[in-house]
Design a protein around this ligand. Sequence first.
Ligand code: SAM
Length: 292
Amino acid sequence: MSREFTPDFNVKANNWIEEIHEGILGMRYRVRDVLFSGKSEYQSVDVVDTVGHGKMLFNDGLAMVSERDEFVYHEMISHVPLFVHPNPKKVLVIGGGDGGTAREVLRHSSVEKCVMVEIDEMVVNACKEHIPVTSSVFSNPKLDLKIEDGVKFVETTQEKFDVVIVDSTDPIGPAQPLFSKEFYGNVKKILNTDGIVVSQAESPYYNVVQQNSLMEILKSQYEIVQLYNFTNLTYPGGLWSFSFASNTLHPVNDYSESRVESSGLDFDYYNKELHKACFCLPSFQKKRNLTK
Ligand code: SAM
């Protein structure tokens, strides 16, 4: 996959930051201030304060999180599997360095422990300092944060999990193996019998090849494989997808609205009806035979 980006944003000169997606689409945000700029062993990490979207995190020039709409992605990646699993106690988050996914996971009272494995400490530290809305979770005693490669972690850990959430960057650099058959084979080994794995599954418009490939991998290893969509402001094209895979649990047939009602949780995007609706795919996606 070819990927262009603008690692040296030069925002001071023109007060705009631009993400170039797949060499064909540019998205520009008006910048108020550059709060952090660094280069880690893995990627460039920038936090900027924008005029219209609040503080934003960019990894390798690609927008990861914006304060304005982070709730959409983080609620949808977490609450869908956590309301399908009958009693999620142990959850693993791979990636997710801003903390937003772990924050939503730990709102579920059944969850006793959330292990989060993020490869890049610079992302965690930059978010701790500048994006508290997501990173406040890092002081939660139920969170076990590990700075290491998620690929190696799933290969070697002896722990088992009820839900695994892959909150990764796009399939380039260290995130590339997170979209591989070997990785999902190892995830399967660390899931309990009623386990669920949900993953960031890219754009249904711009990343057809990657989305098809991820779903084929999942279909070859899990009994129930579905795709669900959400719309947001930050990821190119607006419409974006997550994959859902399990050997025993169907995301709609094994889900009950009453669980959401009795949780007492309040949401800004997710709700009990949307849980079912998000699995209804538009025809252009259905034609790709992505589900099982
Ligand atoms: N919601 C975001 C999106 O889809 O654009 C992703 C947010 S989160 C910042 C993604 C994180 O995955 C990054 O911080 C990156 O460092 C991390 N990551 C990439 N490859 C990884 C790996 N092999 N193991 C653990 N974390 C990884």
